[in-house]
Design a protein around this ligand. Structure first.
Ligand code: SF4
Length: 316
């Protein structure tokens, strides 16, 4: 699975990430993941709605397809190396989908998409079968980028976390970790979209630098390569970090965290109205769109370990 960072100027995937693998297990105390850091950078109020209020969001066909493809690629490496063929990968789609469709909201999503699609969305799938076929094409594309018979992952869907000296807890899930015989570490992330344009590469790499920093701080090894695999167009983006860059990146994360803590303490989460709002589920309660946010959930925030000086607002 993947954590989403807005790698495109405006796509449906741009604001996805309400429930990413980074959030799969509740952290022991407030923490920063790549997805939530990206939320705050995109729009502080969006961060609040997702992380503090935990307002529900709709699933999307694109996000569910991403989950499915990630599941298949993870399971592919359970097979013996010689058996990791395109055909074997395609056969993994059905069992992965059987599990995924039991998750809340997934079946409903299809019902809605099929009812509304013809009138509102020219790209809506005509059937679950057509949607599954599109996932199959992404899986097939993977084989044009890597030869899985020659790769033995060191880790898959691996939780990485570290507490920095100032107390900031960083955590996230890495799609795949490769460890060479000489100790070289490679961090791999699968994306089901297409390669970002050059000006958005930095945003795409934010997540990878995050993982590289955590791995460096926990293992003492700077990853030799960060690799983003874009299954949408069959391209890959690679980056070689070094210690100096990771130190600078650590300062960036600390600055983001300081800003988040200040916002929590005061309840002041500003909306940032951009074209990405078109993909945000919270316009109805967003002041930038004429809405009124719910009262800041002081008690829930305190229970989750946030420090806030705000008074509790009695409802009702
Ligand atoms: S609608 Fe736009 S400004 Fe409002 S919370 Fe969502 S992303 Fe932020």
């Amino acid at each position: 699975m993947t954590a989403m960072v807005d790698t495109q100027p405006a796509t449906e995937a741009s604001l996805e990430g309400a429930a990413t693998p980074d959030d799969a297990q509740a952290p022991r105390r407030p923490s920063l993941s790549p997805s939530r850091a990206a939320d705050f950078k995109t729009c502080p109020l969006l961060y609040r709605f997702r992380t503090i209020d935990r307002l529900p969001e709709r699933k999307s066909l694109a996000a569910v397809r991403g989950t499915l493809v990630h599941s298949v690629l993870e399971r592919l490496y359970d097979l013996p190396a010689s058996g990791r063929t395109v055909e074997a990968a395609q056969e993994l789609l059905a069992p992965a989908w059987a599990e995924l469709r039991e998750e809340p909201g997934v079946a409903d999503l299809f019902a809605t998409a099929q009812e509304d699609g013809a009138e509102t969305d020219a790209n809506a799938p005509e059937s679950v079968e057509a949607w599954l076929a599109s996932a199959g094409r992404l899986v097939e594309k993977y084989f044009t980028l890597e030869d899985p018979t020659r790769i033995q992952p060191h880790g898959r869907e691996e939780l990485v976390e570290v507490t920095l000296p100032d107390g900031l807890l960083l955590r996230g899930y890495v799609d795949r970790l490769d460890l060479a015989a000489n100790g070289a570490l490679r961090v791999v992330d699968y994306k089901t979209g297409s390669t970002p344009r050059e000006m958005f590469e930095g945003k795409a790499l934010f997540q990878m630098k995050f993982y590289a920093l955590v791995l460096w701080r926990t293992r003492g090894v700077v990853a030799s390569q960060l690799k983003l695999i874009y299954l949408g167009d069959g391209e890959a983006l690679t980056y070689a970090p070094d210690e100096a860059k990771l130190v600078r990146f650590e300062r960036t994360l600390q600055a983001i965290w300081t800003a988040i803590e200040r916002a929590v303490a005061t309840g002041d989460f500003r909306p940032n109205k951009t074209r990405l709002c078109g993909w945000c589920d919270h316009q109805a309660v967003c002041p930038a769109w004429g809405g009124t946010p719910p009262p800041f959930p002081v008690e829930a925030a305190a229970a989750a370990g946030w420090r806030t000086t705000l008074p509790v607002v009695e409802l009702g």
